[in-house]
Ligand binder design. Structure first.
Ligand code: ZN
Length: 589
């Protein structure tokens, strides 16, 4: 790790965090910090702060945080090492010993995860195409008119209705349980008992922009077994807020059309593929994010949201508007008639009619305003309410000229004079600032901290600001008290740094945690810490929290024993009952 650390230090010396972030976010000075609108969430107030002296950024809204390299990592959606490379290039630094052990380890793990997903896709695909147990899935695809060409191109598959079918296959292919778990293909059912995550489901492989399989969506083939759609969890190679379904295909198609369509589900998308419409992506069971919009921005000049006319479709369309405005990416929208989803629409009216609708799509903002107008029935009072609802959205538009155009539009549609709307805009603007200030003040005073933060977080906070305590307490004991994996790994990193350097520098900790993607949590803990007047006070706080942690663990043990005692009684297992009662006595009397 030390080779990498030197390199990071060298890059950071050259790459001033304010300079770097300023080329992506408009920052202004506020006291000792810089603030701006956060690029990682729909930020209405400047929640994003950059601390130049300490060299880190932190968002009070979404809690993203880290050093200058983490910023690039998050912004570009790449690894810490790729981000480091980008900065090194920009500042003319040559990264010599770049294939560090840590990088290699991360790369190796990524390769293994990709391999596991690939093998799983082939396995599921083969069952779907060739095995008797794939019959129901084949029938389902036939009913939905998905031809073989699509099944093969997408490598659709079938996960059989068995507990450990994939698990055993993985074993035969040399894929470890650990990798299968990390890839989200297997779950730990009980301690050391593992099961396939996907059972009796039609499997849709999800790919990254390079076309590599990184995750799966599974549709149940038995409506009595919810959920209807089950997706892979977030993994080191799959972040649903940054992945669009079939982006790799849309990218090719959009070269010609420069326009990307957005639909809601796998089936809608594949049915459009069947009809030759391939410049289309889908979100994966999540609301549209800014990162999604940035992905579209790379391949097209505009997005067209395609929704069915039901309530949830309309809601999704209006929610996505904010993201498009924030990224200044043009968006139009099509609401399909008769509550048809895209799938049914092309089936009923054909692809030509569909393309016609897309060509005549209206602007998303207009749609939003119209929808809200409808909800407010056009009375005078409701119109002014409507303005109050629209302005916060408009406020997100960074370009003042475009903002003006929208204010104009609202004036036109509502009949309220533009000057009145602008006036209202100013009032609302200052109002937001005040509520934000109150909220932060409360956190600074330490009110309610313990309600929000878990005991484990409190322990880490004390140790972060008083690393010397690590020589006073038994770190292994603390580690054993922690139940949150993520927080435990942060503590482990802290202990390591402490052993080497007898101090804990946030900067160093961030680098150490970056490969696990945990650096934001560390910065968050750092930023949201209380302050103690004296060391004694801090130590007392630490001891209190550790005591409470121990109590909690005992409490849990007691609960577990009592449950087991109850079960043994019910089943009449007298030997077991005796044992349990003895254990209970030993621990709690
Ligand atoms: Zn944020």
């Amino acid at each position: 790790m030390s080779g990498l650390r030197d390199q990071v230090a060298e890059v950071k010396r050259a790459a001033n965090i304010v300079d770097v972030i300023s080329s992506f976010v408009r920052l202004r000075r506020a006291g000792r910090n810089y603030v701006g609108l956060c690029p990682f969430h729909a930020d209405k107030d400047p929640s994003f702060t950059v601390n130049e002296a300490k060299g880190f950024f932190y968002c009070f809204g979404c809690k993203a945080g880290g050093d200058v390299v983490s910023f690039i990592k998050l912004y570009r959606n790449c690894t810490y090492y790729e981000a480091l490379q980008e900065l090194a290039e920009r500042y003319g630094i040559e990264l010599k010993k770049f294939d560090s052990a840590a990088k290699k380890k991360e790369k190796d793990r990524e390769e293994l995860l990709l391999e596991a997903n690939k093998i799983a896709a082939q396995f599921y695909n083969k069952i779907l195409l060739e095995e008797p147990q794939g019959l129901q899935a084949r029938i389902y695809l036939k009913e939905r008119n998905i031809p073989m060409s699509i099944v093969r191109e997408q490598k659709l598959g079938y996960a059989p209705n068995k507990w450990d079918y994939l698990l055993r296959y993985f074993d035969s292919q040399g894929i470890s349980v650990n990798i299968a778990l990390t890839a989200g293909l297997v779950v730990e059912h009980r301690k050391n008992v593992f099961r396939d995550r996907f059972r009796h489901r039609l499997m849709f492989p999800i790919r990254n922009s390079r076309g590599q399989i990184i995750a799966f969506g599974g549709r149940t083939l038995d409506d009595n077994i919810p959920p209807k759609y089950l997706n892979s969890p977030e993994t080191p190679i799959y972040h649903k807020s940054r992945v669009l379904y079939c982006y790799h295909i849309a990218r090719e198609e959009c070269r010609k059309e420069r326009r990307v369509l957005v639909v809601e589900g796998y089936m809608d998308l594949l049915r459009l593929h069947v009809h030759g419409v391939r410049n289309v992506v889908a979100t994966l069971g999540t609301a549209l994010t800014r990162q999604h919009v940035r992905l579209m921005d790379r391949i097209a000049d505009e997005a067209i949201m395609v929704f069915d006319g039901d309530e949830s479709g309309i809601k999704a369309a209006t929610r996505s508007l904010e993201m498009f405005l924030l990224e200044q990416f043009p968006a139009r929208c099509v609401i399909l008639p008769e509550n048809l989803d895209p799938d049914d629409f092309v089936e009923k009216y054909g692809a030509e009619k569909f393309k016609e609708l897309v060509n005549n799509a209206g602007e998303l903002t207009d749609f939003f305003i119209e929808q809200r107008m409808k909800a407010f029935h056009g009375t005078l009072e409701s119109k002014s309410k409507l303005v109050d609802e629209l302005l916060p959205v408009i406020r997100n538009i960074p370009n003042p000229v475009i903002r003006g155009i929208y204010i104009n539009k609202i004036a036109e549609k509502t009949g309220i004079p533009e000057s009145a709307i602008s006036e209202r805009f100013k009032v609302l603007k200052s109002g937001y600032g005040r509520t934000r200030f109150r909220k932060r003040k409360k956190i600074e005073n330490g009110e309610g901290i313990d309600e929000v933060c878990s005991l484990e977080e409190s322990v880490l906070k004390v140790l972060l600001h008083n690393p010397g305590f690590l020589s006073l307490v038994d770190a292994d004991r603390i580690m054993s008290l922690f139940s949150n994996e993520r927080l435990r790994s942060i503590l482990a990193a802290m202990v390591n740094i402490w052993k080497e350097e007898k101090t804990i520098d946030l900067d160093r900790l961030v680098v150490e945690l970056a490969s696990q993607g945990n650096e934001s949590v560390a910065v968050d803990l750092w930023m949201t810490s209380e302050c103690w007047n004296t060391e004694e006070e801090a130590l007392k706080h630490l001891e209190n929290k550790l005591g409470a942690l121990e109590e909690r663990i005992l409490e849990r043990k007691k609960e577990r024993l009592l449950t087991e005692i109850g079960q043994a009684e019910e089943r009449g297992e007298s030997e077991r009952l005796k044992e349990l009662l003895k254990e209970f006595e030993r621990n709690f009397f």
